[in-house]
Write a protein that binds this ligand. Sequence first.
Ligand SMILES: Nc1nc2c(c(=O)[nH]1)N[C@H]1C(S)=C(S)[C@@H](COP(=O)(O)OP(=O)(O)OC[C@H]3O[C@@H](n4cnc5c(=O)[nH]c(N)nc54)[C@H](O)[C@@H]3O)O[C@H]1N2
Ligand SMILES: Nc1nc2c(c(=O)[nH]1)N[C@H]1C(S)=C(S)[C@@H](COP(=O)(O)OP(=O)(O)OC[C@H]3O[C@@H](n4cnc5c(=O)[nH]c(N)nc54)[C@H](O)[C@@H]3O)O[C@H]1N2
Ligand SMILES: [Mo]
Length: 768
Amino acid sequence: MSENPIPGSENPEKLTGLKQGPIKKVAAGIPAVVSALEMTVSEAGLERGMKALFNLNQKGGFDCPSCAWPDPDDERSGIAEYCENGARAVAEEATAKKLTAEFFSQHSVQELGKLSDYEIGGKGRIAEPMFLPAGGTHYQPITWDAAFEKIGTELNRLASPDEAVFYTSGRTSNEAAFLYQLFVREYGTNNLPDCSNMCHESSGTALGESLGIGKGSVTLNDFYQAEVIMILGQNPGTNHPRMLTALQKAKANGATIISINPLPETGLMGFNNPQTVLGVLGYKPGLTDIFLQVKINGDMALLKAIEVLLLEAEQKAPGSVFDQHFINQNTQGCNEFLQDLTQYNAEQLAAQAGIPFAQVQEVARVLAGKSRIIACWAMGLTQHKNAVATIKEVVNLLLLKGSIGKPGAGTCPVRGHSNVQGDRTMGIFERPTARFLDSIEKNFHFAPPRNHGYDVVECIKAMHAGEAKVFFAMGGNFLSATPDTRFTAEALQNCKLTVHVSTKLNRSHLVHGQEALILPCLGRSDKDMRNGENRFISCENSMGVIQSSRGVLQPVSEHLLSEPEIVCRLAKATLGERSKVTWDQYAADYDLIRTDIERTIPGFADYNERVRQPGGFYLPNCNRAGDFDTPTRKAHFHIAAPEKQHLKDGELMMMTIRSHDQFNTTVYGLNDRYRGIYNERRVILMNAKDMQDRNLKNGDLVDLHNHYDGVARVAHKFIVVEYPIPEQCTATYFPETNVLVPITSVAEKSNTPTSKMVVLTITPHQGF
Ligand SMILES: Nc1nc2c(c(=O)[nH]1)N[C@H]1C(S)=C(S)[C@@H](COP(=O)(O)OP(=O)(O)OC[C@H]3O[C@@H](n4cnc5c(=O)[nH]c(N)nc54)[C@H](O)[C@@H]3O)O[C@H]1N2
Ligand SMILES: Nc1nc2c(c(=O)[nH]1)N[C@H]1C(S)=C(S)[C@@H](COP(=O)(O)OP(=O)(O)OC[C@H]3O[C@@H](n4cnc5c(=O)[nH]c(N)nc54)[C@H](O)[C@@H]3O)O[C@H]1N2
Ligand SMILES: [Mo]
């Protein structure tokens, strides 16, 4: 066993028994249908489970709590618009199992810490508010009133509001998020870190600087009109399965699909749509036309190689490759950018990216003749040191081709959590704009703080240093999702009070401050009843569509509160007479919250009326309209050099990725079916040559080490799995290896932990 200073902070090093099978050639089909139904019925029961599934992503139903992929604007699949992993996210939430005070009295915090994330997640929904007193070994029941009073007292006792931190995960509704940031700012701080800081922050930063809006520009309809779709650093078969349906349709309309990934991800390679009979029978599987198996973080070199070849082609036949009209009208910095490109040699760049030159030439040929190009990306681009620069390079390529602000073309950062984009729109941001704060001040008659707050990495450091003392989380699993698990555990333990608004038990409840509270809330699928009315909330998807979401299931316990209600009661308990906000009225009537969102945030005119229309409404998007909200009103080319990989002898690069059976830190099962890995999560995927160099065989046990910044980090007991991954690249599952992700290694400008770029050395496993 490792020397673990903080009991319960990590997954125990128990192996569960690896079984291996072939890597699957196609995603979905019958196994996906079976897997979705199995979990739904076993967790929620037949009636409850089916009720949930039939209402998932239907107009008037509830928004899938899994990813942020949009629903079709018009026709939706007759039975239900969901995928295997959406169904499993619902099953996870709709489970009929619950954790009452009795459960917590029988199991100490220490005992629960010995369970794996898979075992913890299977325990059920938290059924009542729980409190862990200072020095206590077991959580005890507490009334809602007493819980709010305790938090209010602690918050008011702090020397400054900046000693409190208010985290948000991305499932929180627009209504709850708006109230939450309003409360936090009236209380007096901008310490509003969120999961975005670890997710698409690099995209927001890059797009904001290049194009004037931190969101993607495409709609679902653009997919159906695109000529080329590039997919970089994203695994939609597992993480956004409904995207495969859109890709299939795009392909049927003639689009060429280019996938750029160190792994031949099954969903990208082939797809059998489970919502069509032919798909279930296994028809037309191929999706990707060109697969570029890039080395980890080789994307920038690859993009530059493509651009160099495009420039050469343009010089041979001016006007045939670049969209000169678009460039002249809409962009700035193109000449300097092209001048800089001339220093590079495409062949060398291709070698740096790990891609055969002929393949890069093929891609350049495809792109040269096309103008309706969409670029999609996710964590494979955002969680690197140079993530912001790489995403700007994606934009550079689109700008050269005039592929922004026209049908069938544009940017598509594919968001993670189902309302992560909406939370940001509502003001969950540690660095709010002056425009936003002015609007708060004008509408609510208090002066919000103007100094920037902590993001995720900064708040961990502040808690560790004793500069932040109260940690409040609106959802999420902060300990497991953040980098450097042991450091973060010490940071949380340093706090006076840690509070989690949660649906399910997770590790962050078990590694706590001096005192701790768990406040159980309603989930997306739960009915939110008030005066006989089942109320709805609203969310924004990855393409900027605002839609209502109304739960359909009886909550597992009468003691659950909705998130908006929790914020209102927290605000009253903390601010009392000081507050200028009508919290009671908001808690009673969500329409009033939406009215005030409309007054405060642009784009929400007639919110209450339009959100009630089937399918909701689109928020304005300047890029979509061909406009760029930068200081110059032009799109900007940015110049940056590809990062050289600096691996020393014996070192490897590790990316931490999701298996098929998890939603972030929630582990649904132990299989990663598409990758042919069953019944085990403590695996490291390695290239055959790297294994040979180290005398390793498939199935050997190893320990993983990282020494960034002179700190010795170790993750014990991982099983070596030979896999078709480029040399010097490895992959492991998050969160088991978060212990190795250095808190001090972050992306430039966005401060996102570099979870896909962890330098590793490997030793044979020591001990048992
Ligand atoms: N079922 C399910 N759905 C989810 C989630 C989940 O956990 N489970 N999580 C949600 C959230 S919050 C998010 S952010 C998204 C995450 O969605 P993804 O970003 O698809 O998730 P990851 O597993 O992190 O996958 C990253 C992909 O990038 C590739 N990659 C890694 N490094 C590089 C690189 O340097 N270059 C390139 N080109 N590729 C690279 C990996 O091989 C992998 O295919 O999914 C959301 N949806
Ligand atoms: N190494 C590594 N680390 C990563 C990543 C990676 O790729 N590699 N990915 C990062 C990314 S992209 C993200 S987004 C973060 C995710 O970070 P988080 O969002 O903090 O983590 P989740 O695992 O999604 O949170 C799950 C918990 O949320 C609670 N929950 C679920 N639904 C609700 C709800 O409706 N309301 C409330 N109040 N609570 C709810 C449940 O209690 C559940 O245990 O992790 C990041 N961490
Ligand atoms: Mo995410």
